[in-house]
Design a protein around this ligand. Structure first.
Ligand SMILES: [Zn+2]
Ligand SMILES: [Zn+2]
Length: 231
C-alpha cells in the first residue's frame, strides 16, 4: 500500500475516516497559520477578504490559540485588528461590507475531494480494511465515495453499499440495546459499546463538525467566488 493508502487505512478506527482526516487537517492548517503565518501578507489578505473567516473557523481559530500554551491570543488579536480595520474602513466610506468565502473552508473542501478520490483509487485494497474495521463512513462521505467508486467499477460500488448497510444495521442493534438498558426492568448498566453507539449514530448521519459540514450555510456562491479570487 502506498502512503496515501496507509494514511487512509490508519484513519479507519472508529466513526467516519474521511471526517476524521478532515478534522485533523483543519486543525493542522489552523496551527500552521497561528505558528507561522500571522504576519504573512498573503494570509492577512485572505483573512481580510472573508472579514475574518466563516463563523465556525473564526471561533475555532481562537479556541486553538487559547488551547496551545505556546500560542495564546496575540496572533489572533493581530490578525483580527487588521480585519476590524477593514470593516471600519467600509463603514467610514459609507460602503456595504463585503464578505467573501472562507479560505479554510475551501482548503478543507479540496482536501475532502482529494481524500475521496484517493479512497476510490485504492478501493481494492481499502475495502477489506474498511469492512473489518469499526469505521463507518458518514452519509455525506459514503455518498461521495459511492459515486466515485461507481464511476470506476460498478461491482465494487455494490460491494461498498452492502458493507455500509451491514455496518449501519450493526450500529442500529447497538443503539437499540443501549435504549433497552433504560427500561425499568433492566438491571444492567449500558456497556461502553452501547453508550458510544449514540454519538457514532449521529456521526454516521451528520458527520463531524468541520468547516464543510457547518460552512455550507447559504454562502456557497460567495465561497466559490472567494476561491476563484484566492487562486
Ligand atoms: Zn464523514
Ligand atoms: Zn470556514
Amino acid at each position: 500500500m502506498d502512503l496515501i493508502g496507509v494514511y487512509l487505512r490508519e484513519a479507519m478506527d472508529e466513526g467516519c475516516p474521511v471526517c476524521r482526516i478532515l478534522r485533523s487537517y483543519e486543525e493542522s492548517q489552523i496551527e500552521t497559520i497561528l505558528y507561522e503565518h500571522v504576519n504573512d501578507p498573503e494570509v492577512r489578505k485572505k483573512f481580510r477578504k472573508s472579514l475574518g473567516l466563516c463563523t465556525y473557523h473564526a471561533w475555532k481559530t481562537l479556541e486553538k490559540a487559547y488551547s496551545e500554551p505556546l500560542l495564546g491570543p496575540l496572533g489572533v488579536a493581530i490578525i483580527y485588528e487588521d480585519v476590524l480595520s477593514r470593516y471600519i474602513g467600509f463603514l467610514e466610506d459609507g460602503r456595504v461590507s463585503k464578505e467573501e468565502g472562507c479560505f479554510l473552508c475551501e482548503l478543507v473542501r479540496e482536501k475532502e475531494r482529494s481524500t475521496i478520490e484517493g479512497f476510490a483509487d485504492r478501493i481494492d485494497e481499502l475495502l477489506p480494511v474498511y469492512e473489518s474495521s469499526n469505521a463507518i463512513l458518514c452519509r455525506r462521505h459514503y455518498e461521495m465515495l459511492l459515486s466515485e467508486v461507481a464511476r470506476r467499477d460498478n461491482d465494487k460500488a455494490t460491494v461498498l453499499k452492502e458493507i455500509q448497510l451491514k455496518k449501519l444495521r450493526k450500529l442500529r442493534e447497538r443503539l437499540k440495546s443501549f435504549i433497552d438498558k433504560f427500561d425499568y426492568l433492566s438491571k444492567e448498566e449500558p456497556t461502553k459499546e452501547e453508550t458510544s453507539s449514540l454519538p457514532l449514530t449521529i456521526e454516521a448521519l451528520k458527520g463531524l463538525e468541520t468547516g464543510i459540514t457547518l460552512g455550507g450555510r447559504g454562502n456557497s456562491k460567495n465561497v466559490k467566488r472567494g476561491l476563484l479570487k484566492w487562486r
